[in-house]
Design a protein around this ligand. Structure first.
Ligand SMILES: C[S@@+](CC[C@H](N)C(=O)[O-])C[C@H]1O[C@@H](n2cnc3c(N)ncnc32)[C@H](O)[C@@H]1O
Length: 306
């Protein structure tokens, strides 16, 4: 039910208008990027397929996310601010916990996605949902009031300075409130029995973030970054991962690879020839693969404000 609601959101044809900003236009060589060029870079696609990928990804980590949120003492009536809200999975999880007397504001630079997500989430009646088009790196675009919960999932990996972003989140957290972040450390990606074809997938994931000056291992650094931003160690840290038959995950891997591909080509991380082979494998041979896939490490850290 939870997943179905979100699936509806991403498949509404009026919901996703990401094609309005083709990713390739936003890609620049990070080695020579000016500040304004950097503003344009986003490693993933903005498309209906990317929204579907976000929903599949949300499903993969739903239990792990709940385990963390259930430790935060969230209560009816609380206010929440979710940065980089995307297709709204964390917003809904927060909304179900703070209830109709609470409220959840989603913040994203993708206004078309965000507005429709808030509209669709409102129909669930779980909480009061709204959307703010804003950029976490531009504090002047952010709310001025404080929130009981500030959150960000899979956002910090896209930012040049995650500590500054965490400080922004901390500043928007009310005394007694809690900040929670989730992100990946991709270093655990692996297959057994070894599946050589997947080496290209792993190289593209790591390569795009590295070449863009971003950190594909940010997840395991969250506790340290949070300590720096919030002047004290986190109150809690959790990591999760899974091992699953490769055939069961090939659609998610295919969506992920295709989402990163324009950036990977522009940054010289892969070639069209390698990409064709990778896609052909994920669409075909991977269905019969005997390999198991070891996921990225899903890392979270949280801290309550004194
Ligand atoms: C990988 S998605 C994650 C979405 C969602 N948090 C989830 O867990 O499914 C990252 C989201 O962050 C948004 N984003 C990227 N840079 C941002 C920024 N500087 N400020 C706010 N949102 C940003 C993107 O538009 C995208 O919707």
């Amino acid at each position: 039910m939870y997943f179905d609601t979100l699936k509806c959101i991403s498949f509404r044809p009026d919901c996703i208008q990401g094609a309005a900003m083709p990713l390739s236009k936003g890609i620049v060589s990070m080695a020579h990027a000016s500040e304004s060029d950097r503003d344009l870079f986003y490693a993933l696609a903005r498309s209906a397929d990317e929204a579907e990928r976000l929903n599949q990804q949300a499903e993969l980590w739903r239990k792990a996310t709940s385990r963390v949120l259930d430790q935060l003492d969230l209560a009816p009536g609380m206010s929440c601010l979710d940065f980089g809200c995307g297709a709204g999975d964390v917003m809904l999880a927060l909304g179900r916990r703070v209830g109709p007397s609470g409220n959840v504001v989603g913040v994203d630079t993708d206004a078309d996605l965000g507005r429709n997500v808030a509209k669709e989430l409102t129909k669930t009646g779980a909480s009061r949902f709204s959307f703010l088009e804003a950029d976490i790196t531009k504090p002047e675009s952010l709310p001025t009031e404080l929130f009981d919960v500030t959150s960000a999932r899979f956002l910090l990996v896209h930012l040049e300075d995650p500590v500054v972003a965490l400080r922004t989140m901390w500043n928007l957290t009310r005394p007694g409130g809690v900040l929670v972040v989730f992100d990946y450390d991709f270093r655990t990606h692996d297959t057994h029995p070894a599946c050589p074809e997947l080496e290209e997938f792993i190289a593209v994931v790591d390569g795009v973030f590295e070449k863009a000056g971003l950190d594909p291992r940010i997840g395991s650094k969250l506790p340290h970054y949070l300590e720096r931003a919030a002047e004290g160690p986190p109150d809690g840290v959790e990591t999760s991962g899974f091992i699953t038959p490769l055939p069961d995950l090939r659609e998610f891997l295919l969506l992920s690879y295709k989402s990163l591909l324009p950036a990977a080509l522009d940054l010289g991380v892969t070639t069209e020839g390698k990409a064709e082979k990778m896609i052909a494998f994920l669409e075909g041979g991977a269905a019969e693969s005997p390999s198991y896939w070891l996921s990225a490490l899903y890392c979270s850290a949280w801290k309550r404000k004194p």
